[in-house]
Design a protein around this ligand. Structure first.
Ligand code: HAM
Length: 420
C-alpha cells in the first residue's frame, strides 16, 4: 500500500473539483438560510447511546456501520453516522425549544461516517447538508422542506431527479400495521436473518432487494390501508401543498428509509443517472425521536442531502457550474526589487477586496505567465527593473491580450476601476 493513499472508502477533495463541492454546499444551504433556518454545528462524535436510541438498535447503521471507540477515559463514543440525532440532542441541551419560538429551524453541513461496503457513490466518509425543523406538527413545514430541497437542486441545474413520497403512519396506526405485516411475513419462506428482521423491523423486509423475496411480497398488507384518519389527512395536506407549489412527486408505498425514527411523512430524492446508489437525499418527520432520546414531545421534520452524490449527479447530467475564477489579478515580478514592489501591490489589492495572487519563488517570466493563465485571472501585473525605473507596471488584460503601462501608484486604483 502506498503511503499516500486515503483510507478505504474515503477520498480527498482537491482543487479544482473541490470548488464544485463548496458550490454545492452553498447552493443547498442558500434556500434554507433565506427561510429562517439558523446554522448549527455539533461535534463529529457523540455518545454511542444517542445513535443506538435515536437511529435505532435494529438498523444497519447502528448494528453494522458505526465507527465506535472507547476513549482512554472509558467513554463509549461513535463517529456520527448521521446528523438528526445530534442536532436534536444539541437543541435540547441548549433549550432552544424553550425560547418560545417554535419551530426551531436549523441547518448544518459536515462530515458523516458509516462503515459500509464502498462502491461508486457510497463512501465511509461522506458529506451532507441538512435541515431540521423541531417542535412543530404542521404539514406546511414538511412541504416547506421538500420545496426548499427541490429549489436547491433546481438552482444547481439538476433536472433528472425525482421525489418519492410516503407516509409511515404514527404511533397509533403504525403498530397495528406492523402486527398485520408480521403475521403475513411469518408465513413466508424466508432465511434466518430475514426471519429475525420480521421480529425487529418488519417494514425493512419490504425493502428487500432480492427478486424471490419481492415475489412473495405481492400480497403483503399495505400501510396505506392502515393509516389512521389523522395521518391520512396530514399526508393529503402535504401532497396538496406540494402540488400547489408545482413540485412534482411520486407516491412510493415501498419507501421505508433506513432509520427507525420516522413517522408520517418520509421522502427521498433519487437521481436516475447514479446507478444503484441513487438516493441523493432523504428525510421525513420524526415525531417520536425527542422522547426516544429522553426529551419532551417535540414533533419534528427534516432532511439531509448528500453532497458527494449531488456532485456525482451534476457530473452524470453534464452540468458545469458557473464558477467564476477565484483570482482576478496575478502579479509577475521580474527581479528582486520588483518582487518587493509587486508584493506590496498585491497586498493592497487584497485589502481592497480584490482577489489577487503572486508568482512566488522567483520564477522566470515564462513559467510565471503560465501560472497567471492557470489562475484564471483577468489581469496580470508584470514589472521588471526598467518599469520600476520609469515608475510604472505593465498591466495586461488576459482576455483581449492588450497591455499598457500604468503608473505604479495608480495600479491598484486602475484595477479596482476596471474590475468594477
Ligand atoms: P440518509 O438517507 O441516511 O438520511 O442520508 C441522507 C443522504 O446522505 C443520502 O441520500 C445520501 O445522499 C447521503 N449518504 C448516506 N450514506 C452515504 C454514503 N455511505 N456515501 C455517500 N453518501 C451517503 C439521514 O442521514 C437522515 N439524518 C436525514 C434526515 C434529516 N431525516 C430527518 N432529518
Amino acid at each position: 500500500m502506498s503511503t499516500f493513499q486515503a483510507p478505504k472508502g474515503t477520498y480527498d477533495l482537491t482543487p479544482p473539483r473541490s470548488a464544485t463541492f463548496l458550490a454545492v454546499r452553498e447552493a443547498i444551504s442558500a434556500p434554507l438560510r433565506d427561510s429562517g433556518y439558523g446554522y448549527i454545528e455539533t461535534p463529529g462524535f457523540e455518545n454511542v447511546e444517542l445513535f443506538a436510541r435515536g437511529v435505532g438498535e435494529s438498523t444497519d447503521i447502528v448494528t453494522k456501520e458505526m465507527y465506535t471507540l472507547t476513549t482512554k477515559g472509558g467513554d463509549q463514543l461513535a463517529l456520527r453516522p448521521e446528523g438528526t440525532a445530534s442536532v436534536l440532542r444539541a437543541a435540547l441541551e441548549a433549550n432552544l425549544h424553550k425560547a418560545g419560538n417554535l419551530p426551531v429551524k436549523l441547518w448544518y453541513s459536515g462530515s458523516y461516517y458509516r462503515y459500509e461496503r464502498p462502491q461508486a457513490g457510497r463512501y465511509r466518509h461522506f458529506s451532507q447538508v441538512g435541515a431540521e425543523a423541531i417542535g412543530t406538527e404542521d404539514p406546511a413545514l414538511d412541504a416547506e422542506l421538500i420545496i426548499l430541497a427541490d429549489q436547491a437542486y433546481r438552482s444547481l441545474g439538476l433536472r433528472q431527479f425525482r421525489i418519492l413520497l410516503n407516509s409511515l403512519g404514527d404511533k397509533e396506526c403504525r403498530p397495528v400495521y406492523r402486527e398485520a405485516l408480521q403475521t403475513f411475513l411469518r408465513d413466508l419462506d424466508l432465511d434466518e436473518e430475514t426471519r429475525r428482521r420480521i421480529e425487529i423491523n418488519p417494514l425493512r423486509v419490504l425493502d428487500d432487494k432480492r427478486a424471490d423475496v419481492q415475489k412473495q411480497l405481492t400480497d403483503a398488507p399495505k400501510l396505506r390501508d392502515y393509516l389512521c384518519d389523522a395521518c391520512k389527512a396530514y399526508h393529503e395536506e402535504v401532497r396538496a401543498l406540494l402540488t400547489a407549489a408545482g413540485v412534482v412527486f411520486e407516491d412510493d408505498e415501498k419507501l421505508v428509509r433506513g432509520l427507525d425514527y420516522y413517522t408520517r411523512t418520509t421522502f427521498e430524492f433519487v437521481h436516475d443517472g447514479l446507478g444503484s446508489q441513487s438516493a441523493v437525499g432523504g428525510g421525513g418527520r420524526y415525531d417520536g425521536l425527542s422522547e426516544m432520546i429522553g426529551g419532551p414531545e417535540l414533533p419534528s421534520v427534516g432532511w439531509a442531502l448528500g453532497v458527494d452524490r449531488t456532485v456525482l449527479a451534476l457530473e452524470a447530467e453534464g452540468v458545469e457550474l458557473d464558477l467564476p475564477a477565484t483570482t482576478s489579478v496575478y502579479a509577475v515580478p521580474l527581479g528582486e526589487e520588483a518582487r518587493r514592489v509587486l508584493f506590496g501591490v498585491v497586498t493592497e489589492l487584497r485589502r481592497a477586496g480584490i482577489a489577487a495572487d503572486f508568482a512566488f519563488g522567483g520564477r522566470g517570466l515564462k513559467g510565471a505567465m503560465k501560472s497567471a493563465n492557470r489562475s484564471g485571472a483577468r489581469y496580470t501585473l508584470v514589472a521588471g527593473e526598467r518599469d520600476l525605473a520609469e515608475g510604472v507596471v505593465q498591466l495586461k488584460d488576459m482576455e483581449s491580450g492588450e497591455q499598457s503601462a500604468v503608473p505604479l501608484a495608480e495600479a491598484a486604483a486602475e484595477l479596482a476601476k476596471r474590475l468594477g
